[in-house]
Structures are given as structure tokens and as C-alpha cells.
Design a binder for this molecule. Structure first.
Ligand SMILES: Nc1ncnc2c1ncn2[C@@H]1O[C@H](COP(=O)(O)OP(=O)(O)O)[C@@H](O)[C@H]1O
Ligand SMILES: O=P(O)(O)OC[C@H]1O[C@H](OP(=O)(O)OP(=O)(O)O)[C@H](O)[C@@H]1O
Length: 186
């Protein structure tokens, strides 16, 4: 039985990484739901526990076929390791924060795909990006202004992250537990 891939998408600052981290901690020990570290050409830090890589190392890894999925945005390269494909093939549910640009590619890569869209108002987003402090003022403004590259793509779950992180995290954790349970159902 194959598993599937849960794409967590949404504009910068909507809370994707925070909600994923909350769900990861909540599902610790649950089994069958995995949260791979993204490879990003960005130095360590800034909230997400990603795997920082240089541009050169990213390009070599991409050429070797070390990635299940790659994309570029914000002047950075992002990749998910090829172990993600193996995990899905082995029946696991893999959860990752990805660009909305890759959504149309996912059904060609994984047996099952679910899309979780995280949203919040532009005012809240702007304030959260600035408070996060990862980007300089220009970088933060560019993230606020980036248009949605896939505005009409449907989602299986929408999380409006305008309440507490716990509320949003519980929504994702509950969805992941359901999806995983459905895969196991006879
Ligand atoms: N529900 C929430 N309430 C308050 N702050 C939040 C909430 N969700 C996320 N944040 C904060 O907003 C900022 C952006 O969240 P982040 O998870 O980095 O978003 P994204 O990955 O979508 O860019 C972070 O500093 C995070 O701590
Ligand atoms: O094409 P988009 O849907 O706009 O997304 C572009 C990229 O930005 C986000 O990552 P990143 O962690 O760098 O940014 P964020 O945390 O500010 O969203 C997202 O996960 C994508 O990798």
C-alpha cells in the first residue's frame, strides 16, 4: 500500500512552518507521518530547522538525482530529498511546506496528494513577517507582495491561521491523523 504527500502551501508569513512544527510535535510517536527537513540555499536559522546548502552543492545534488522535488523562489533553491519518494512508496504520509508553483507537478510524483492551504489576512501576514525578523525590510516587502502563483488550485483543507497557533496546529494534526487512518482502513 502506498502512502501520500501532503503539500502545505500558502503565502509567506501565513504560518506554514509554525503549523507544521506544531503538528510534528503533536504527532510525535504516532508513526507513519513524516516531516522531512528541506534543503535550502539559505543560512541556518530563522525558525524552520532546514538543512542549509550552498548553491554549488544544491546544483550537484540536483544533477545526481538526490532530490524528489525542487523549486526556486525568493532567490533561493529549495529541495526535498529523494528519501521522500521512498517514504511515500513505503506507505508513509510525508508532510512538507512547498511552493504553490509545484502543485501541478505533485500528482505525477506521488501516488496520493493532499493540499493544505494556510491563510491569514495581509495585514497580519505583514506584521508577522516583520516580527519574525528573518528578512531585511526589502525582503519582507517582497514576500508580502509576492503574487499567488496558483490562486485557483483547490485545497483539501484550508486553515485560517488568525487564531492561536494551537488552533491551527490542531487542525493540521487532526487532518494528518485522519489521512493516515484512511490509508490504513481496509
Ligand atoms: N497563530 C499564530 N499566532 C501568532 N503568531 C504566529 C501564528 N502563526 C505563526 N506565527 C508567527 O508568524 C511568523 C510567520 O510564521 P511562519 O511559520 O514562519 O510562516 P510561513 O512558514 O508561512 O512563512 C512566525 O514568526 C511565527 O512565529
Ligand atoms: O511560490 P510560493 O508559494 O510563494 O512559495 C515560495 C517559497 O516560499 C516558501 O518558503 P520560505 O520558507 O522561504 O518562505 P516563507 O516561510 O516566508 O513562506 C514556500 O515554502 C516556498 O518554498
Amino acid at each position: 500500500m502506498s502512502g501520500g504527500f501532503v503539500a502545505v502551501v500558502g503565502p509567506s508569513g501565513s504560518g506554514k512552518d509554525s503549523v507544521i512544527e506544531w503538528a510534528r510535535a503533536a504527532l510525535e510517536g504516532h508513526g507513519g507521518v513524516v516531516f522531512p527537513r528541506r534543503r535550502i540555499t539559505r543560512p541556518a536559522g530563522g525558525g524552520e530547522d532546514h538543512h542549509p546548502v550552498s548553491e554549488a552543492d544544491f546544483a550537484s545534488a540536483e544533477a545526481r538525482g538526490d532530490f524528489a522535488l525542487t523549486w526556486r523562489a525568493h532567490g533561493l533553491a529549495y529541495g526535498l530529498p529523494s528519501a521522500v519518494s521512498d517514504a511515500v512508496a513505503a506507505g508513509e504520509v510525508v508532510v512538507a511546506n512547498v511552493s504553490r508553483e509545484v502543485l501541478t507537478r505533485l500528482p505525477g510524483l506521488f501516488a496520493k496528494v493532499w493540499v493544505v492551504r494556510v491563510t491569514v489576512s495581509d495585514e497580519v501576514r505583514r506584521a508577522r513577517i516583520i516580527a519574525r525578523g528573518r528578512e531585511d525590510a526589502a525582503g519582507a516587502a517582497a514576500r508580502v507582495a509576492r503574487p499567488d502563483p496558483a490562486p485557483d488550485h483547490p485545497a483539501d483543507l484550508e486553515i485560517v491561521n488568525d487564531g492561536t497557533l494551537e488552533q491551527a496546529g490542531e487542525a493540521l494534526a487532526g487532518f494528518l491523523a485522519r489521512v493516515h487512518g484512511d490509508l490504513k482502513a481496509p
